[in-house]
Design a protein around this ligand. Sequence first.
Ligand SMILES: Cc1ncc(COP(=O)(O)O)c(C=O)c1O
Length: 281
Amino acid sequence: MTENMPGKVYLNGEYLPLSEAKISVLDRGFLFGDGVYEVIPSYSGQLFRLHDHLKRLKESLGRIRLNLTYDSEKWLEILTPLLDNNKDQYIYLQITRGVAPKRDHAFPKDPKPTVFSMCSDLQPFAGVETGVKALTMEDSRWELCNVKATTLLANILLRQAAIEQGAAEAILHKNGYITEGAASNLFAVINDVLVTPKNTSEILPGITRKVILELAEKSNIQTQEETISIQALKTASEIWITSSTREIVPVIRLDSEAVGDGKPGIVWHKMNHLFQQYKRA
Ligand SMILES: Cc1ncc(COP(=O)(O)O)c(C=O)c1O
């Protein structure tokens, strides 16, 4: 059994107090945002859907052509000492293309990736029970939104714009169709069907999204992975935004209109209950 290490972070093979974890200013993560990351919830010390998160991490690494061949056992060995069995937490895990001798867009020869991980307490998101307001905005991101890249400027600006207008999330659209939230996937109940945009390179393949689709199938909730136009979203009786840290958040106002009757809907109540049961199991 590895001992828990509260307050410690992992950096390139070492466990250190946060204040002692340092990287070079020539790290390509710092200079270019040349890296990928994962956020993995841990409930009472058990990493939630670790296999799915590591699969997505491997895909992200592959798409940015960064070679790091750690297997699940190696990741478990790295992450376990950061966890506290008595808490709900989340792991933040980041891998960059490492330090290069000089700032140059082209990849360095034989890059040595920087591997960093830390663990934080998971606080229930305040808007889950009451529902939140969201605003639709043009998706200004790049074409590889299926990569969980640390380069998040567009997402940050969109989320910030939403917050400054009193909303919790920006719901993004491209060419008239909904993609996802600035840091979440989107579900909508339209004509009694639970619909979510298809997994394409325009969205991040969310693990919470995947779990919801599985739970819906087991519980005979009809689902569809389909394009959702902005107009169709405006007719939805329920809208949810989903992510590992906020879980399933009902949207009760979209732009200036109430969604459904302006309260978290019946399908959300059912799915949230199923999700809470599932994560504790
Ligand atoms: C852009 C984006 N889409 C979707 C998600 C949801 O992914 P997950 O459910 O794996 O947390 C996130 C999570 O942060 C995100 O940043």
